[in-house]
Design a protein around this ligand. Structure first.
Ligand SMILES: C[C@@]1(C(=O)O)OC[C@H]2O[C@@H](O)[C@H](O)[C@@H](O)[C@H]2O1
Length: 465
């Protein structure tokens, strides 16, 4: 197969969605602990207080990963578990949890990949302005240095941020994530501080001479115009500029896309740069880019005002529309095949998206840090027969192989997710895992059909899928 010799077959999770133990052993509250307790913000008021209790069951979970033959495990660190107020005093019990998790992974020859920020900002920092305050970027660098110091000799793969478009887009434009702001200008300034935080963390990584690679994880979302009309083609190009160039250029080129930057400066006078920001971005670029691929979006020019109508119902089809007045709007593709949550299944988009990144940024090393099918899995005679997930992953592995054959430097694949976990706004209904969790039976774990299928994909290094 085209998969390189050292290609890593992995799987991914995120702290708030799996750990639980939201206030155990000295952990401080995150903005998701606070937000999810506000009635009506999430599907059936689900939250991560317990999640799937990975904090207490991680040894059992790592044993399942080892049984699967997993070669790498991407997980995130809960910042307030290490630094309850976001900076300063260290919670040693929190450090010990991650240290034990890392040792358990290494004992099973599973390569750890750490994501420093997967949306769970310490609430104490939000109280000081969150990502709108530049001090949060400095606090992030302090948190990153602590993680490098405690885990850097054992962990070689580091992601700074996960899916900035989501936590900034939903946090500051649609308002469906914390801190529930709806203001594009504030979104752009907050996003700038995330890029500064990333650059400061990369700078510290280099100064501390950590033996490893550091990168950024973004949504990879190719756009296709619904018609050949110029207006739709322009709208699709604009969606690429906002969703891709704006979020990738600063961490891969060290600059913002010039035309869009001129527009945001004219419109809202943002982002406001501090002295030295330019150099900071240019001098601290990524060793790799993490791409999270789920779907393609079909785009039309948009006359009327649309906003994410995600009604937090968590029910299939609750995705809602997303768009910007006078700019672009995502619409259903009449020829498309969709998941129950209205995401188009389009494996070709993974091949095309990777080649688009290679075209714009040179042959930057790539990890597919997320890819998976959110579905309500069929249970037949007590077995979880998740054939749709097997088919989805099979098609995307084949699409990935095509990109590698075309010369892309892809180094690993981390399906979302290792285990069924909390889906932020969709509760536990939308399943992604190779491992089922029975919420009616003390969260007992159960191997799905896809667990054994992926075990064989790994054993055959991608040959048998
Ligand atoms: C919104 C949603 C979903 O639940 O479908 O998108 C796909 C996937 O992206 C990840 O970065 C999130 O941590 C994970 O929870 C998932 O979140």
């Amino acid at each position: 197969s085209a998969f390189p010799k050292h290609f890593l077959w992995g799987a991914a999770t995120a702290a708030y969605q799996v750990e639980g133990a939201h206030d155990a052993d000295g952990k401080g509250p995150s903005i998701w602990d606070r937000f999810s307790h506000i009635p009506g913000t999430t599907y059936q008021n689900t939250n991560g207080d317990v999640a799937v209790d990975h904090y207490h069951r991680f040894r059992e979970d790592v044993a399942l990963m080892a049984e699967m033959g997993l070669q790498s495990y991407r997980f995130s660190i809960s910042w307030p578990r290490l630094l309850p107020t976001g900076r300063g005093e260290i919670n040693e019990a929190g450090v010990k949890f991650y240290s034990d998790l890392i040792d358990a992974l290494l004992a099973h020859n599973i390569v750890p990949m750490i994501t420093l920020y997967h949306w769970d900002l310490p609430q104490a920092l939000q109280d000081e302005g969150g990502w709108e305050a530049r001090s949060t970027a400095e606090a992030f660098a302090e948190y990153a240095r602590l993680c490098y110091d405690r885990f850097g000799s054992r962990v070689k793969l580091w992601d700074t941020f996960n899916e900035t478009i989501v936590f900034i887009g939903h946090g500051y434009i649609t308002g469906s994530h914390p801190p529930s702001v709806k203001d594009p200008a504030r979104a752009i300034q907050a996003c700038h501080h995330v890029f500064i935080a990333h650059a400061l963390a990369v700078k510290a990584f280099r100064e501390m001479v950590i033996d490893g690679e550091i990168g950024f994880v973004n949504v990879l979302q190719p756009h296709t115009p619904l018609t050949d009309k110029q207006a739709d083609r322009d709208a699709s190009a604009l969606a690429d500029a906002i969703h891709t160039h704006w979020l990738y250029d600063p961490v891969l080129l060290g600059t913002y896309p010039a035309a869009l930057l001129a527009q945001t400066q004219t419109l809202w006078g943002v982002p406001r740069f501090a002295p030295g920001d330019d150099a900071l971005l240019r001098e601290n670029r990524c060793d790799f880019i993490g791409l999270n691929y789920y779907r393609r979006e079909t785009v039309v020019a948009n006359e009327e005002e649309t906003r994410q109508q995600s009604n937090n119902s968590g029910e299939p089809g609750s995705g809602g529309e997303f768009g910007f007045k006078g700019l672009f709007k995502f619409v259903r593709n009449p020829d498309g095949v969709y998941t129950d949550w209205d995401w188009e299944i389009w494996p070709q988009g993974l091949t095309d998206g990777i080649m688009m990144i290679k075209e714009r940024y040179g042959n930057i090393p790539v990890y597919i840090t997320e890819n998976g099918l959110g579905a309500k899995d069929p249970i037949i005679n007590g077995e979880i027969v998740d054939d749709p997930r097997i088919e989805y992953l099979r098609m995307h592995i084949i699409a990935l192989e095509k990109a590698i054959d075309l010369g892309a430097d892809v180094r690993g694949y981390y399906p979302w997710s290792f285990i069924d976990l909390l889906s932020w706004l969709n509760g536990y209904k939308k399943q992604y895992g190779f491992v089922y969790v029975d919420h009616n039976q003390d969260l007992v774990r159960k191997r799905k059909k896809s667990f054994f299928w992926y075990q064989n994909v790994i054993a055959s290094h991608g040959e048998e899928r």
